[in-house]
Design a binder for this molecule. Structure first.
Ligand SMILES: Nc1nc2c(ncn2[C@@H]2O[C@H](COP(=O)(O)OP(=O)(O)OP(=O)(O)O)[C@@H](O)[C@H]2O)c(=O)[nH]1
Ligand SMILES: [Zn+2]
Length: 195
């Protein structure tokens, strides 16, 4: 198979033209040598940033395990690094997520929680919706007793432009089931997350 970078057909011309237009509008010459291949690279990079659109996040939760010795305590995946892009400026959102659930009678492979996160993060997002989508997906498809998702992230659109305020993090959370309804369970999961 021909490597992707030698196949001129891999990025449609109108997409490359759009990027050339932005380069020109920004004040540079898209035909100069250093920028010649940039439209194609940028397009491929955006394919990657947005590859979540091609994924069904729920698919990652299809394989479940019942033989877990009656395990009925919190399962937490902590400090999962992720990257996304804000839908307002298409600027990077960089942060970490903590995802916990209280199983009913089965669990999933722990990597799958991170896979669900990335499937939603690799889209144009706002942090609130990303947080809610991850929690809702686990709630609907795993049917656990509770789900808790906390996300802490910095937004490029705030740190490197606009209000230009570095080192400021946005924190969002979504609690479902026992973590929403029971004060003790909520406190337990937040303590485990260390947030
Ligand atoms: N609630 C929320 N806001 C976000 C997120 N990402 C970016 N924003 C904000 O979206 C807002 C868009 O505001 P606008 O006034 O339409 O855009 P703008 O003129 O570029 O705003 P400034 O960023 O203040 O310069 C800004 O306040 C951003 O900080 C997010 O994930 N959640
Ligand atoms: Zn933004």
């Amino acid at each position: 198979m021909m490597p992707l970078h030698t196949n001129p057909a891999d990025v449609p011309e109108p997409v490359q033209q759009a990027i050339r237009t932005i380069i020109e509008w920004a004040g540079d010459d898209p035909s100069r040598e250093g920028l010649e291949d940039t439209p194609r690279r940028v397009a491929r990079a955006w394919r990657e940033y947005c590859r979540g659109y091609a994924e069904d996040p729920a698919r990652h939760l299809e394989r479940v395990f019942y033989e877990v010795g009656g395990y009925d305590e919190i399962v937490l995946l902590k400090d999962i690094p992720f990257q996304s892009h804000c839908e307002h400026h298409m600027a990077p959102i960089v942060g970490k997520a903590h995802i916990a659930y209280l199983p009913r009678n089965h669990v999933v492979g722990i990597s799958k929680l991170a896979r669900v996160l990335h499937a939603y993060a690799r889209r144009l997002q706002v942090q609130e919706r990303l947080t809610a989508e991850v929690a809702d997906c686990i709630w609907r498809h795993l049917k656990p007793q509770g789900v808790a998702v906390v996300i802490e992230a910095t937004h490029g659109c705030m740190t490197s432009r606009g209000v230009n305020t570095p080192n400021v993090a946005m924190k969002t959370s979504r609690m479902m089931g026992v973590f929403r309804d029971d004060e003790r369970s909520r406190k337990e999961v937040l303590d485990l997350m260390g947030v």
